[in-house]
Design a protein around this ligand. Structure first.
Ligand SMILES: *Cc1c(COP(=O)(O)O)cnc(C)c1O
Length: 396
């Protein structure tokens, strides 16, 4: 039953060939370490270009977004066992970065629109919370106005996990620049692909100075960063060196893709909205509305199944896969890293009924920006056909 037109949604886009001369230069000189060259290393250039693109004062490129989250928490100088409020719908890397920083994740509810439930967030933002990580999961932006007002009133620092949100704006502002620190990923499934890598942005000189040193700017390597030297001097020899640096090769690969960002954002959104409109015609599918101030940059589509039994949901996923489109229902497998009850390295909380209910019927479909509209039509057609079969064959 596999139709010929199911597109491949897994392959990344080719890396622009313009990078090949730079890669050749790095290979022939062996200049792969960011601190070897006196100035102008690809990692340093990436940092200044990325900061400029987002409109931030500082950027620090590191080995992953998880490393950026970890360094952000460390740079905030939180005491051991500090409680960090995070959404219960996120990737396992987020609570893991909190644990890695010797802090304790506290989970708040997420609604059926995949965004933080502000009422539960406000209730859990008590005097025991010392930092907040807002994870814009799958690029879905929570109400940043409400979150910043609540956190500013209590002077609680906000870290934005914008791993999957590059190019998204909130009220015209770049996601990742609204909180105190924003963290992005260069892992292959994100908008900029270096295989692995990450970057953090901030306007705070003291925070970035601490993060720069802890990322592995040993001795006076920090002189190769565009950060006020008095801030750096303050932290010389005072902090551990975790060595979470990015290599010049990775930075060169990311830099070559920076000019692609506007096109990827535009086409990703076009593809998302195209498929969302088509599948929303089914009474069994609900695609939640974005919040008004948000302009999205999606590379995947999430939707909720409405009125299906568990068997019908599983059959829908099975039939879609057989037809060439893989649908993950977040909560309907035993290993999904985005279902909080699978984070068994935590004391898994049992009191998040709203997030749990959402995860049990929320579907995840990859929809890369490089797909044509005809390929998007094929994806939508397969989803609708599979849904027809699943809902006809087994009356609930
Ligand atoms: C991918 C992702 C991460 C982790 O990024 P890495 O660079 O792989 O560490 C964290 N949070 C979200 C929302 C992500 O999508």
């Amino acid at each position: 039953m596999q139709p010929l037109n199911a597109p491949n949604v897994y392959d990344a886009e080719p890396i622009p060939s313009a990078v090949q001369a730079e890669i050749e230069r790095l290979l022939s000189s062996g200049d792969l370490f960011r601190y070897t060259a006196a100035a102008g290393a690809p990692v340093s250039l990436l940092e200044s270009e990325f900061a400029e693109m987002l409109g931030s004062r500082y950027a620090l490129a590191v080995s992953s977004c998880s490393a950026a989250l970890f360094l952000s928490l460390k740079a905030l100088d939180l005491p051991r066992d500090a409680r960090v409020l995070i959404p219960a719908f996120t990737f396992a890397a987020v609570p893991s970065s909190v644990v890695h920083a010797d802090c304790v994740p506290v989970l708040c509810e997420v609604g059926e629109n995949y965004r933080i439930d502000i009422q539960d967030f406000a209730a859990k933002l008590d005097d025991t919370i010392q930092a907040v990580i807002i994870s814009h999961m799958r690029g879905h932006t929570s109400d940043m106005d409400a979150i910043m007002a609540l956190c500013d009133a209590r002077d609680i620092p906000v870290i934005e996990d914008a791993a999957h949100s590059l190019g998204t704006t909130w009220d015209g502002r770049n996601i990742g620049t609204i909180g105190k620190i924003g963290c992005f990923s260069f892992q292959s499934y994100k908008l900029l692909n270096a295989g692995e890598g990450g970057i953090l942005v901030t306007d705070d000189a003291d925070l970035v100075a601490r993060a720069v040193i802890m990322s592995g700017a040993y001795e006076h390597a920090w002189k190769k960063h565009d950060v006020a030297h008095d801030a750096m001097q303050r932290w010389q020899n005072k902090l551990p060196l975790y060595n979470l640096r990015l290599s010049n090769l990775s930075a060169a690969i990311v830099r070559a893709q920076l000019p692609e960002v506007p096109r990827r954002v535009r086409d990703g959104l076009r593809n998302h909205d195209h498929v969302a409109a088509k599948i929303s015609t089914s009474r069994f599918i609900e695609v939640p509305e974005k919040l008004a101030p948000e302009e999205r940059a999606p590379d995947s589509l999430q939707f909720n199944l409405v009125g299906l039994s568990k068997n019908q949901m599983l059959e829908f996923a099975q039939i879609s896969a057989a037809m060439g489109v893989k649908v993950q229902i977040f909560g309907q497998s035993t290993d999904n890293a985005r279902a909080f009850w699978n984070w068994e390295f935590l004391d898994v909380p049992d009191d998040l009924p709203q997030t749990r209910a959402m995860l049990m019927r929320a579907c995840d479909v990859r929809l890369p920006a490089r797909l044509t509209l005809a390929e998007c039509d094929a994806v939508a057609g397969i989803l609708l056909a599979a849904l027809d079969k699943a809902t006809v064959s087994k009356a609930a």
